[in-house]
Ligand binder design. Structure first.
Ligand code: NAD
Length: 502
């Protein structure tokens, strides 16, 4: 079946009105073949402003709905996602080029965060705090924050939105979504699934969840509006450098989930078979287009000659291909620009003394599609392109002899998202997780850098932006905190023993 026909059938099954994906003037392209599969309608600045006004009105209603009742909407959303999993997962694969298993996995992540958020809707707890004044009580309350603008990247086209949306709606906040201009169809489909849950819920205000299709200029309307209380922006560090200061300048709140340059350290005591499999998935999975993709590997000199030849063999034999038609483990790059960035990084690595294994283009389908064999690059030291994130399957491998020096090198890049150590030595493990160990938001032992579960807070430090989403107490980012002190005595003692008698 031609990809366009397949796509249109999926969109129809998922409940998207045909007018939303035909004749709109903004092309949607599948990286699987590079062909146009739909054309969508970008929102104008006026439409974006109107969406913000609708969301602001919805906030006044939604914030007063009891949180467990808000959780009921997310429970229904989880049910609808379960029913739509196969079709939505396939659409993710078509639009983002992921394998069918990874496409379905992304929808599973949406379901998981819904389950988490339903429980959370009964656990938006504040503290009760001891006061220094007799006859007083002090406590914290958490209130809905306001309109949340979600700006998302192409590589997790739906999961990132759901992480934000499930929490925001339970926390009492309306959501406006500006998906990547490279993945508008999965956004329209996800909104259709949510719309079914909203209809079943019945009492949600209009404008509670909206989508604005378009590029950076549409996202900028959310970023600049004082009526958008929180901007949760996922994408490149380049984007975060623009968005972060603009939101800060108007004293808005931002959750920034930006680029990663994730590394692993393989120690002499490591289970090398396990390390090889974890490195292979972490570095080559999703064609190296995960924010948590493993991009740098430090291998101890005692095990280098055992592990690295095995890895090079795995790189040579991994199947690259159409993610829909074969059991290919590595699908396409998102577009020609990504392929050219990959080749530029490999050229720079060669110039810096690197030995490149793989990385060449693989001819699959029309030449509008960009498939590449993943590249493993043995580097003499951490220089040049190794210091930056190139959003493609390139793994830079370096030899180390001293663990402390390896940790120093591990931390000596701008990004701070995810990290791993492979060791069975307790001291190395604890050191890696300690205050002078990995400086990343995610630090793992004997698993790769990618594939986080929704139960933990997700995000990273430094140029990754500092934001946290998903599990643990990330919900606090979507609410405002009030400290309340109540005097039930007949006196008015002042804090710190201050006297002010009139
Ligand atoms: P991108 O920065 O090109 O675009 C991301 C989103 O930001 C898009 O929706 C885009 O339209 C919007 N945008 C760009 N400039 C903007 C501006 N000035 N104002 C408002 N909106 C703007 O990123 P991409 O190529 O889609 O995604 C890949 C990048 O995202 C990688 O760097 C990857 O590491 C990162 N990423 C990070 C995480 C994380 O959780 N840390 C998750 C996924 C992807």
């Amino acid at each position: 079946m031609p990809l366009r026909t397949d796509t249109e059938a999926l969109l129809a099954t998922l409940g998207v009105d045909r007018s939303a994906f035909t004749g709109g003037g903004m092309a949607s392209v599948s990286p699987i073949t590079g062909e146009e599969i739909a054309d969508v309608t970008p929102a104008t600045a006026e439409e974006a402003a109107a969406a913000i006004a609708r969301a602001s009105a919805a906030f006044r209603v939604w914030r007063m709905v009891p949180a467990p009742k808000r959780g009921e909407l997310i429970r229904l959303f989880g049910e609808e996602l379960r029913a739509a999993k196969a079709e939505l997962g396939r659409l993710v694969s078509i639009e983002a080029g992921k394998s069918l298993s990874e496409g379905a996995g992304e929808v599973q992540e949406m379901i998981d965060i819904c389950d988490f958020a339903v429980g959370l809707s009964r656990q938006l707890y504040g503290l009760t705090i001891a006061t220094e004044r007799p006859g007083h009580r002090m406590m914290e309350t958490w209130h809905p924050l306001g309109v949340v603008g979600v700006i998302s990247a192409f590589n997790f086209p739906v999961a990132v939105w759901s992480w934000n949306t499930a929490l925001a709606l339970v926390c009492g906040d309306p959501v406006i979504w500006k998906p990547s201009e490279k993945t508008p169809l999965t956004a329209l489909a996800s909104m259709a699934v949510l719309a079914r849950a909203l209809r079943r819920f019945g009492e949600a205000p209009e404008g509670l969840a909206q989508v604005l299709i378009g590029g950076a200029e549409v996202g900028a309307v959310l970023v600049d509006s004082p009526d958008v209380a929180l901007v949760s922006a996922t994408g490149s560090t380049r984007m975060g450098r623009i968005v972060g200061p603009k939101v800060a300048a108007r004293f808005g709140r931002a959750i920034l989930e930006l680029g990663g340059n994730n590394a692993g350290i393989v120690c002499p005591s490591a289970d090398l078979d396990m390390a090889l499999r974890a490195v292979a998935f972490g570095a080559m999975g999703t064609a190296g287009q995960r924010c948590t993709t493993l991009r740098r590997l430090f291998v101890h000199e005692d095990v280098y000659d055992t592990l690295v030849p095995g890895l090079i063999r795995a790189y040579g034999s991994v199947t690259v291909g159409n993610p829909l038609e074969s059991s290919a483990l590595v699908g396409p790059l998102i577009d020609g620009a990504a392929y050219r960035a990959m080749q530029a990084a490999l050229a720079a690595a060669r110039a810096a003394g690197g030995t490149v294994h793989g990385g060449e283009r693989v001819a699959i389908g029309p030449d509008t599609a960009f498939y590449a064999r993943p590249a493993l690059v043995e580097m003499p030291e951490q220089t040049g392109p190794v210091l930056e994130e190139t959003f493609a399957p390139i793994l830079y491998v370096m030899k180390y002899s001293d663990f402390d020096a390896a940790i120093e090198a591990h931390n000596a890049v701008g990004a701070g998202l995810s990290s791993s150590v492979f060791t069975t030595d307790l001291r190395e493990m604890e050191l890696f997780l300690s205050a002078r160990g990995s400086d990343c938001g995610i630090a793992n032992v004997n698993i790769g850098t990618s594939g986080a579960e929704i139960g933990g807070a997700f995000g990273g430090e430094k140029e990754t932006g500092g934001g946290r989403e998903s599990g643990s107490d990330a919900w606090k980012g979507y609410m405002r905190r009030a400290t309340n002190t109540i005097n039930y005595s007949h006196d008015l003692p002042l804090a710190q023993g201050v006297v002010f008698d009139i």
